[in-house]
Design a protein around this ligand. Structure first.
Ligand code: OAD
Length: 258
């Protein structure tokens, strides 16, 4: 990975301070350094579990016991994970008054654990289980403690309240995310391959409405050469750590921002 020149960091920090009113869109890459595998790539979840076989609503309805093997492995990993410097950096930016919200495709709860207050969970939250037959909901922890796969009192197998392929984005989350994309002046896109719709439309919506796009990802994505204004090619924790440090300095010495 090539080193990011100092002036690129300074430019990103300057834009964040001078424009403010930033929103972050995060994906699995932000949580890799918390020990949670991403989805794509040779080490990703989808290398082990074919999403067509394990991550569609049709697959769940056909064989929920099978899909619960994947869910229980994922939940075991999520339970042990702690926020890293990137999650903590976003929470700090919210406290500084620079960041208005985080839109996350992740279901790991690490933004909230880091102290972010305004978090839009675009792909749901596994803290609750839902019955697709009678729509009764249960807290995950106590139901799962009773055995896997957890069942509803009506007899059906429960589903974690996360979005599978073929399911709609929760209505409120989709609406909130779109209004944040329309309202922001800077969008920080961190650790997403931007391959899954409709989340991958958020950067384009923001850009079309005048937002400056800062992308943090060790790799280039389909956004990098199309909508991204500044690409910081490093890991989320390293880049966010440096960026937050610079934001603090820039705010102390406002002549650095332009
Ligand atoms: P992906 O696995 O598609 O992409 C992860 C991105 O993170 C890649 O672009 C990596 O280059 C980048 N990355 C890896 N390590 C990183 C690090 N340490 N710091 C920063 N970036 C890093 O994950 P998502 O884009 O989040 O949806 O995937 C989107 C959706 O696809 C998920 O929410 C999930 C999945 O299928 C559903 O299951 C509905």
């Amino acid at each position: 990975m090539r080193e990011i020149p100092k002036d690129v960091y300074r430019k990103a920090a300057g834009v964040l301070v001078s424009r403010g009113n930033a929103v972050a869109l995060t994906g699995a890459g932000i949580s890799v350094e918390s020990g949670i595998p991403s989805f794509r790539g040779s080490q990703g979840m989808w290398a082990k579990y074919d999403p067509a076989e394990y991550a569609t609503i049709g697959a769940f309805l056909l064989d929920p016991e099978k899909i619960w093997m994947m869910f229980s492995e994922m939940m075991g990993v999520l339970e042990k994970a702690l926020p890293n410097a990137a999650h903590l950096g976003l929470a700090e930016m919210e406290r500084m008054g620079i960041l208005r919200s985080v839109i996350t495709q992740n279901v790991d709860g690490l933004h909230q654990a880091a102290g972010s207050r305004r978090v839009i969970e675009y792909h749901g939250n596994p803290g609750e289980l839902v019955c697709l037959s009678c729509w009764k909901r249960y807290p995950s922890r106590e139901k799962i403690a009773g055995g896997i796969p957890p069942g509803c009192e009506c007899g059906e197998i429960l589903k974690p309240d996360v979005v599978l392929y073929g399911e709609p984005i929760p209505w409120g989350a989709r609406e909130d995310a779109e209004s944040e994309a329309l309202a922001c002046d800077v969008l920080l896109v961190i650790g997403t391959s931007a391959q899954v719709a409709p989340a991958c439309d958020i950067p384009r919506i923001a850009k079309e409405h005048g937002a400056f796009i800062i992308e943090i990802n060790p790799e280039e994505t389909s956004l990098t050469r199309t909508v991204t204004d500044i690409h910081l090619p490093g890991t989320a924790s390293a880049v966010m750590g440096r960026l937050v440090e610079l934001l603090e300095n820039t705010r102390k010495e406002p002549n650095l921002s332009h």
